[in-house]
Write a protein that binds this ligand. Structure first.
Ligand code: ADP
Ligand code: MG
Length: 252
């Protein structure tokens, strides 16, 4: 089982879009996928059609209240795709966890109790490097870092890499950067090439061949509660997230 955290403390770089649509593409390829929403905004939850304010249990109950993970997992409408939902209840968790026992390993321990088998667990991280993200890194086998194709794309990444190093040293020695994903490439500008060169110079082979274009269908799909491969399977967004899923699978 691969556990992949989708992380970058910068907001708006495509973490949630990637979490939802990579999960859905993997599921469509026959993999059993558990999407875990750890952002209090709950956009990954609503992005797969779950009413985040009407769930019995959420990731908050699991992490803070010790409710069994098996009670929190929900089936989505899509075949092979399950979710652990999040909502605004999670907003207090960063503070509540500070004084809790085993505060960095709660997600990892929860995963150990899963009664169902999954091929992939995909974790949508919040835009911060707090305890929720640390829990994801501690539980994960790898991290996918979405980087938006824009000036200053690499700004702030040293903080992220530093956090990864600290987690590797103290909490999860086998944690790896699984890949760096360029997102929101605007084909009309040359900026993309500059950013690509800069990111490749920095991360080399870790950068996925697949680059996600800016595609309006990707931004429309969440308001319909559908992943892109359901909302518009023929869009450029659906095609490229499918390619990404194949690339992720081929990396073993
Ligand atoms: P994050 O989770 O990192 O904050 P999101 O995935 O929520 O980022 O993306 C931020 C915004 O950009 C959202 O409104 C989303 O719909 C939009 N978006 C993300 N990726 C794309 C893309 N490839 N093309 C067009 N819009 C996108
Ligand atoms: Mg997000």
């Amino acid at each position: 089982m691969k556990i992949l955290a989708i992380a970058n403390q910068k907001g708006g770089v495509g973490k949630t879009t990637t979490s939802v649509n990579l999960s859905a593409a993997l599921a469509a390829l026959g993999k059993k996928v558990l999407l875990v929403d750890t952002d209090p905004q709950g956009n990954a939850t609503s992005g797969v059609g779950i009413d985040k304010n009407n769930v019995e249990y959420s990731v908050y109950d699991m992490l803070v209240e010790d409710i069994s993970i098996n009670k929190v997992v929900l089936k989505t409408e899509q075949e092979n795709l399950w979710i652990i939902p999040a909502n605004i209840a999670l907003a207090g968790a960063e503070i509540e966890l500070v004084s809790a026992m085993s505060r960095e390993v709660r997600l990892k321990y929860a995963f150990k109790e899963l009664e169902q088998d999954f091929d992939y667990i995909i974790i949508d991280c919040p835009p911060s490097l707090g305890l929720l993200t640390i829990n994801s890194f501690t539980a994960a086998t790898g991290i996918i870092i979405p980087v938006q194709c824009e000036y200053y794309a690499l700004e702030g990444l040293s903080q992220l890499l530093n956090t990864i190093k600290l987690v590797q040293r103290h909490l999860n020695q086998s944690l790896e950067i699984e890949g760096v994903l360029l997102t929101m490439l605007d084909a009309r500008t040359n900026l993309g090439n500059d950013v690509m060169a800069e990111v490749r110079a920095h991360f080399g082979e870790k950068v996925y061949d697949t680059i996600i274009p800016r595609n309006v269908r990707l931004s429309e799909a969440p308001s319909h509660g559908q992943p892109i491969n359901v909302y518009d399977a023929r869009s450029a967004g659906a095609k490229t997230y499918n390619e990404l899923a194949e690339e992720v699978i081929s990396h073993g």
